[in-house]
Design a protein around this ligand. Structure first.
Ligand code: ADP
Length: 496
């Protein structure tokens, strides 16, 4: 038997999973680490913690490949976070994470330096966002000049782990897309952006496609992980691009939604499709020569989690589901905007905050729970609305993340989206996607699509109720109107 390993460098933990070539989980292990917030809006991690996590989880799972050998490794991980190494490969400062908001000012300056937002979007396919890597790098350049000058290698989290495993400085197109230094349509580093921002291109990692072999496990890494020296390490993918492979979202018309702490809607596109208004992200896919679009709700599962912890302490999620399911569609005219952490797409409004609208004396805890779930559905639907405006047509949608554990929420998503939804046999799609990419580099699969056919399995499918969809759309119109009505108030609130 041939085995594959998928490693996911998450924000809360690293997870490593051993799969056989049919996508069956043989063993898995995870290792948690802290996130540091030295100031309001800052978020940092120690890259050494990721490496400790990788070593410890691999040591645990590699001995379980008893009747064969591990032939390929794939990496997945949190996107955008900035890792700086010096000439001796020492980490210069803690990694500045994707969720760190310190570089809003530098983002404005970047767009200005490029001669306006449109030019940056034309090359990097996205407007300057504080979540992306380039803004973080510009912050270091301005505020920590010594660290910027000392830097010899600029890496992303999973690519730091690749360096530790193989000794190679390399990345791949899906994760590189989130750095804002890439010509996303051309799938090459952008000399125009790098020159404008003063980034030495020699410091950027070598760029591969996601299924390419990028290096081989060194003797030293083999001794520390239990992998065989010489095992191939594939490019891998940013967490969402890898999840797309793990859910089989690899051709036009296919899409997935994740409801974890944050929420994502993701659709594969054969061509690069860019929204010049910057309302959704466009990145390279892990499928050779293809792309994807993506929308993000910052507080998706987090909204229900917040509600449960503060306003329904006596209930479990399944109990809340049962209560909310008894409330009529529309929550008896109660609306919820899920902007507890500001909002990313499509409104790009970091000042936005949550709203319950239409509260009346008849509303109960169950009404509020249902309104929260409906609000999260509308928020992700508003990204799908942008997809359809861009003429991206969807045939099917996979549903992942903790929210997919709720049959009631799943049905609500199906009806709000008005599209067939299905769950996956394996919840952990990022590690499976990474492992499939590892299998491509090892020659187990000819390409990503063959790997998906062999290893990805759908669980249950649900079809939408069109009458309910129409009714939800009436509330959705009010939902989008509600945000526009209170938009200016957020600025005034944050200015007090
Ligand atoms: P992350 O990986 O981002 O930490 P998860 O994918 O574990 O998050 O999802 C956690 C979220 O899933 C919770 O915040 C909650 O909103 C939702 N969730 C988990 N279980 C259930 C359930 N049984 N019913 C409804 N929602 C659930």
């Amino acid at each position: 038997m041939k085995y594959l390993v998928g490693i996911d460098i998450g924000t809360s933990a690293t997870k490593s999973v051993l799969f056989d070539e049919n996508g069956t989980v043989i063993a898995s292990a995870s290792y948690e680490y802290p996130l540091y917030q030295p100031k309001n809006g800052y978020a940092e991690q120690d890259p050494e913690d990721w490496w400790t996590g990788v070593k410890s989880t691999l040591k645990e799972i590699t001995p379980k490949a008893t009747d064969g050998s591990i032939v390929g490794v794939g990496l997945s991980g949190q996107m955008h976070s900035l890792v700086l190494l010096d000439e001796k490969n020492e980490v210069i400062r803690p990694a500045i994470l994707w969720c760190d908001q310190r570089c809003a000012k530098e983002c404005g300056e970047m767009e200005e330096a490029m001669g306006g937002r449109d030019r940056l979007v034309a090359i990097s396919a996205n407007p300057a966002l504080p979540g992306f890597t380039a803004g973080k790098l510009m912050w270091v350049k301005k505020h920590e000049r010594e660290n910027f000058d000392r830097c010899a290698h600029i890496l992303l989290p999973k690519d730091y782990i690749r360096f530790k495993l193989t000794g190679e400085y390399a990345t791949e197109v899906s994760d590189a897309s989130g750095m804002q230094l890439l010509d996303v349509a051309g799938r090459v580093w952008s000399s125009e952006i790098c020159e404008t921002l003063g980034v030495d291109m020699k410091k950027l990692p070598k760029l591969y496609e996601s299924a390419d072999a990028t290096g081989y496990i060194t003797e030293e890494a083999a001794a520390l992980t239990g992998l065989d020296a010489g095992t191939v390490v594939a490019g891998g993918g940013g967490d969402n691009a890898a999840s797309a492979v793990g859910t089989g979202v690899c051709s036009d018309g296919k899409a997935f939604t994740t409801v974890g702490t944050s929420g994502v809607v993701f659709a594969h596109t054969k061509e690069p499709i860019v929204d010049f208004k910057g309302r959704i992200h466009t990145f390279c896919a892990a499928v050779r020569g293809e792309w994807h679009v993506m929308g993000v709700t910052q507080a998706a599962g987090l909204s229900l989690n917040w509600f449960k912890n503060n306003l329904a302490k006596d209930k479990t999620y399944p109990e809340l589901d049962i209560k909310a399911a008894k409330i009529p569609l529309g929550s008896d005219k109660l609306l919820y905007l899920p902007y507890l952490m500001g909002e990313r797409t499509p409104i790009l409004d970091s000042d936005a905050r949550g709203v319950f609208f239409g509260l009346s004396a008849l509303h109960t805890q169950a009404h509020m729970a249902r309104a929260v779930m409906e609000g999260v559905c509308y928020s992700l639907y508003s990204c799908l609305d942008v997809f359809s405006e861009l003429n991206i047509k969807l045939d099917s949608m996979a549903m992942c993340g903790g929210g997919a554990k709720s049959g009631f929420w799943l049905e609500m998503f199906t009806d709000v989206f008005g599209i067939n939804l299905h769950t996956m046999k394996l919840a952990d799609s990022a590690t499976l996607g990474a492992a499939i990419l590892g299998g491509c580099a090892a020659g187990v699969y000819e390409n990503v699509k063959e790997g998906v056919e062999r290893a990805v399995k759908i669980d249950k499918s649900t079809a939408p109720d069109n009458k309910k969809h129409e009714k939800y759309m009436q509330y959705y119109k009010l939902y989008t109107g509600l945000y526009l009505s209170v938009k200016d108030m957020y600025k005034r609130l944050s200015a007090i």
